[in-house]
Design a protein around this ligand. Structure first.
Ligand SMILES: Nc1ncnc2c1ncn2[C@@H]1O[C@H](COP(=O)(O)OP(=O)(O)OP(=O)(O)O)[C@@H](O)[C@H]1O
Ligand SMILES: [Mg+2]
Length: 383
């Protein structure tokens, strides 16, 4: 039976350790902020590696005796109560972890004096913190102010990440305002807790920055850039070595550019290349195009996404993809797709507002790179 060589690429979920490429300078910068108790707002489009970066730092770059980390992903919340409960769960967990540093249980009760505290101190400590009341925005403030008091009384340093933060936009405007005001109070001034708010910038985070809302002035804005191409190339090359496969720089550059630097897409293409390339072979441009076609041809999930858009938007996406974002407003394809010249700027403007596309200098970029790839494959416009 042939020897099975485990595929080293992973394109689903959070990656850390061996599966995580570089980001050394991001890690260094964020560690500085975390240790100094600064708040950071990490924003960037989807699938660039925000969650993985946070988890990588928490798992592999901090001394747990020096900095206690909490991470909660609020993607699933649909109410302010659920938001509170998910934050509280994590606060309970990190307070539990801190007890391993020999802190007397009385000290927890003192700091969380506004709540009932239940403690079970064992090898895996369990802490329950119950504040009375149902004004959940206020309870969020109480929760973090108590955590802050606890940190200060015991000279502890915490870092608390709230991932998919843009999800709070699903709540009513009133609730969002209240959450922001209360969270802001909790985030202010304390050098013992560093808050990391992270989310995709297509949605509200960047908008809120632009509006200069006070919560976001409490933190450093950290737009996470894609992994550097050369560093990614070297990392990928090492992984392919596991099967004695080589990949040409031209082929990798093509993958990287097609993906707009989105780590997930790079990993997915490399995963398929690794699976389908024979040992000792070299990967060239043509191999990449074949694989991209395999992944994106008849991809029902992406075609469903595409069909959710209005017809004019679908046509415009095709023009943008085929023109690679440049010269869109004067493209001969507009005529082919029957988009009247009078409506072009309006359609583009609306699509920018709806975060379907972004405008950088005079180029248009399709925010969801998978849609772009799906269009290019459908139009046989690769290689
Ligand atoms: N540093 C990295 N090295 C290699 N691959 C990475 C890295 N970061 C992310 N990836 C790839 O991208 C995928 C998505 O990563 P992650 O979930 O961290 O991104 P995200 O920006 O949080 O996405 P979302 O906006 O959807 O939450 C991972 O499954 C992995 O394939
Ligand atoms: Mg994420």
């Amino acid at each position: 039976m042939a020897r099975f060589i485990r595929n080293p690429f992973r394109f689903e979920g959070i990656v850390t350790g061996e599966e995580f490429c570089d980001r050394k300078s991001d890690i260094d910068s964020l560690l500085q902020y975390m240790h100094s108790g600064n708040n950071v707002i990490i924003s960037m489009k989807r699938r660039v590696g925000k969650s993985s970066l946070i988890k990588e730092i928490f798992e592999n770059h901090i001394d747990k005796k020096q900095l206690i980390s909490g991470y909660t992903d609020i993607y699933g919340i649909t109410s302010i109560k659920e938001l509170y409960l998910s934050l509280k769960d994590e606060v309970e967990k990190i307070v539990g972890l801190s007890t391993k540093l020999n802190i007397a249980s009385e000290r927890i009760k003192n700091a969380f004096s506004g709540a009932e505290v239940f403690l079970e101190l064992s090898k895996s400590p369990k802490v329950k913190i119950e504040f009375a009341g149902n004004d959940y925005a206020l309870l969020i403030k109480k929760l973090f102010l108590s955590l802050r008091e606890y940190a200060e009384d015991n000279s502890l340093q915490f870092v608390f990440a709230i991932d998919e933060f843009q999800k709070i936009a699903c709540l009513s405007k009133d609730e969002v305002d209240k959450i922001e005001t209360n969270l802001r109070t909790a985030m202010q001034e304390s050098k013992r807790i560093s808050f990391i708010l992270s989310g995709s910038n297509q949605t509200m985070l960047d908008k809120m920055f632009q509006e200069g809302r006070p919560l976001y002035r409490q933190g450093v804005h950290y737009p996470l850039e894609p992994i550097n191409e050369d560093v990614f190339f070297k990392w990928v090359g090492k992984k392919f070595k596991r099967k004695e496969i080589t990949i040409s720089k031209e082929a990798f550059s093509y993958v990287y550019n097609l993906s707009n630097g989105e780590a997930k897409i790079v990993q997915q293409i490399c995963f398929e290349l690794f699976a389908r390339t024979k040992e000792f072979d070299n990967i060239e441009l043509q191999d990449v195009c074949e694989i991209v076609e395999k992944i994106y041809k008849s991809n029902s999930e992406i075609s469903a996404k595409f069909n959710m858009l209005k017809l004019n938007e679908q046509k415009m996406l095709k023009v943008i993809a085929l023109e690679n974002g440049s010269g869109v407003t004067v493209s001969p394809l507009l005529l082919e797709y029957n988009i009247s010249s009078g409506s072009v700027s309006n359609i583009l403007k609306r699509m920018v507002e709806d975060y379907i596309i972004a405008k950088r200098d005079s180029r248009y970029e399709i925010i969801d790179s998978e849609l772009k790839l799906w269009i290019l494959v459908g139009k046989q416009a690769l290689c």
